[in-house]
Design a protein around this ligand. Sequence first.
Ligand code: SF4
Length: 132
Amino acid sequence: MEGDVHNHRMYPGVNCFFLEKGERGCTIYDSRPLDPCRNYRCVWLDEVDGIPAWLKPNLSDVIITRKLHGGASGIVSYYEVVEAGKKMDVSVLNWLVHWALDKKLNVVYTIDGRSHVLGDHDFLDLMKIKSV
Ligand code: SF4
């Protein structure tokens, strides 16, 4: 998730100023703004098929977001996975790769600021073009 919360900027790799690690989570939950907080739905919260309970962002330190990319050949749907506060654990990465392969999903995941792409050939080509 990207955006400003009460003039504090956050983006992939930089956590929200109001996020506290552990059980507490958001320190201003009841008064969090509409945008980006209330409007945002992470994939874990939407109980997407195959997402386990342990992948909850405060347990796994990753956030999965469903995204759309519009190109010349139409709109492509994919999942974006970003680290939230610490380097992606190997168990998360292992699960992620199997999830993408088993369900034939398009996924972009970022580790240490470097993006990696899983998906079909069209999606790989699309992301190659996008990053040039
Ligand atoms: S819900 Fe809370 S922790 Fe999450 S982005 Fe909004 S203010 Fe930050």
